[in-house]
Design a protein around this ligand. Structure first.
Ligand SMILES: [Zn+2]
Length: 198
C-alpha cells in the first residue's frame, strides 16, 4: 500500500533528495536543511526519517549508508481539499504542497476593490462602445440579471445557484464590480452584492 505523507514528511523528502550524493545521504545534512528552511527540529527529522524507513522510502545500503529509494511511490494529502495526490502530481510553491485544483483556484483570484482594474475596464468598454452587460460572458450576464432581480444577493447564494466554487464566484463578481455593474452593501450582518446604481 502506498504511504500517504503529510507536508512535513514531503519537506524532509525534498531535503533528502538535495542532500543525496552518489553513495547516499547523511542525516546531519538533512537536519541542517530542514532546520534552516522549515524550522524542523532534529528529533522531528529523525522521527520522519524512521517513518520513511518503515515504508521503504529510505533504506540502508550495503555500505551502511542511508539512501532514498526513488522507486517506492507515495501519496500526499492536499492541505487545501484533503485529496490524496500521487507524488508526481503535486505542486510545490513556497514550501507549500497542494493539488493542481487548489493551486489553480488560489491563482485565479481576481482582486475585488481594484481601482486600476475599474479604470482600465471602463476605458476598454468605452473604446469599444460597450455598455451595461455588453461584452460580458453569458454567465456574468445571468449573474448580473439575478442580482438585479433580487435586489441583492450573498456570494454564497450565487455559488449555490450557479454551481460555482466560492473562488469562481468571487472572480465573476469582481469582474461585474470592475464594470461598475454591482457593488457591496452590508445588510444586517451579511455582505450583499447589489446593483451599482441602487
Ligand atoms: Zn487540493
Amino acid at each position: 500500500m502506498k504511504p500517504v505523507l503529510d507536508e512535513e514528511e514531503i519537506w524532509i523528502i525534498e531535503c533528502i533528495k538535495e542532500a543525496h550524493i552518489d553513495c547516499g545521504f547523511h542525516i546531519r545534512d538533512v537536519i541542517k536543511k530542514a532546520k534552516t528552511r522549515y524550522g524542523l527540529s532534529r528529533s522531528t527529522v529523525y522521527e520522519i526519517v524512521s517513518y520513511l524507513e518503515f515504508h521503504g522510502l529510505v533504506r540502508t545500503n550495503e555500505s551502511g549508508n542511508r539512501v532514498f529509494d526513488q522507486n517506492v511511490s507515495y501519496c500526499v494529502t492536499c492541505p487545501g481539499c484533503g485529496k490524496e495526490i500521487p507524488e508526481n502530481e503535486y505542486i510545490k510553491e513556497n514550501g507549500r504542497v497542494t493539488c493542481e485544483e487548489c493551486y489553480l483556484e488560489e491563482h485565479q483570484r481576481i482582486k475585488f476593490a481594484d481601482p486600476v482594474a475599474v479604470r482600465s475596464k471602463k476605458l476598454f468598454r468605452k473604446k469599444y462602445g460597450l455598455e451595461g452587460t455588453d461584452g460580458l460572458t453569458d454567465l456574468q450576464k445571468e449573474v448580473y440579471r439575478f442580482i438585479q432581480a433580487e435586489g441583492g444577493v450573498t456570494p454564497e447564494k450565487v455559488s449555490k445557484l450557479f454551481g460555482l466554487t466560492p473562488q469562481e464566484t468571487r472572480n465573476q463578481l469582481a469582474i461585474l464590480r470592475h464594470c461598475e455593474l454591482v457593488k457591496w452593501r452590508k445588510m444586517g450582518d451579511e455582505m450583499y452584492m447589489v446593483p451599482f446604481d441602487s
